[in-house]
Design a protein around this ligand. Sequence first.
Ligand SMILES: [Mn+2]
Length: 298
Amino acid sequence: MSSQTRISKAYKTARRIPFNDHSKFIIFSDCHRGDNSFADDFANNRNIYFHALKHYYKEDFTYCELGDGDELWENIDFKSIFEAHQNVYDLMRLFYNEDRLYRLVGNHDMVYQNQRFVEKNLYTYFNKVTGKEEPLFPGISFTEGLVLTHEETGQEVFMVHGHQADWWNYRGWRFNRFMVRALWRQLQVFGIGDPTSPAKNYRELIKVERRTKKWIIDNNNIFTIIGHTHRPRFPEPGEIAFFNDGSCVHPRSITGLEIENGKISLIKWQISTTEDGTLKVIRILLEGPQKICDYKTD
Ligand SMILES: [Mn+2]
């Protein structure tokens, strides 16, 4: 199967939901939430991420997580991740209870394609206070794609993790997972990263972007959002409608895409220092807001 066929498959099997100009979505990906050990890239940004997500919860956004949310290459089970970042999962549960959470699979959490694994790990959690199994995300399922369809214009916004354009991370993910567990995780502490990851290898990143762009062009310039490469992208209207939300494991910040009032923006959350020495989490607008319908080509 070629990368083009794999992206098409993710599009055809995608979960489909309607949206309109009053809908609000926050799109993050590549959180790589880990066990809070030295290899947990998310741990540095956990406070920034938690504050940002709480903001979106209060403001009635729907959360779309485009894959690699949980780091299940470095960590064999979800339990240690849950315990390290329980405040995050408590918040995500609030989104889920209100039908405001959509999760896609990425290469690092491809095991979530297996509904039995999902049921075993995510439906419930053990509450140490009550001593009982309690609901976490009962009935949750992951898809490869998510398509928002505009109620009036019919325009589609297609979201996918992006490893579909990356053979080693789609077909070869088990081998890559093995290498991460056996080797790269240990070397990470010395600053040596997994060379097959497009997030750490520029040539791989360019290849993934080139293949994804080709698919978009061949599919009538459909508005497409991916993660995976960790490189944010925000094209101008008239260019190829190829967006990337970045990641939540940048050295000191997280990036994401907001959809609000029929417009899309690229935003960054980071910690800023103030005159009196207190630290503050702030939101910075990087690109947009740009009307989604301005990217419509037909
Ligand atoms: Mn990925």
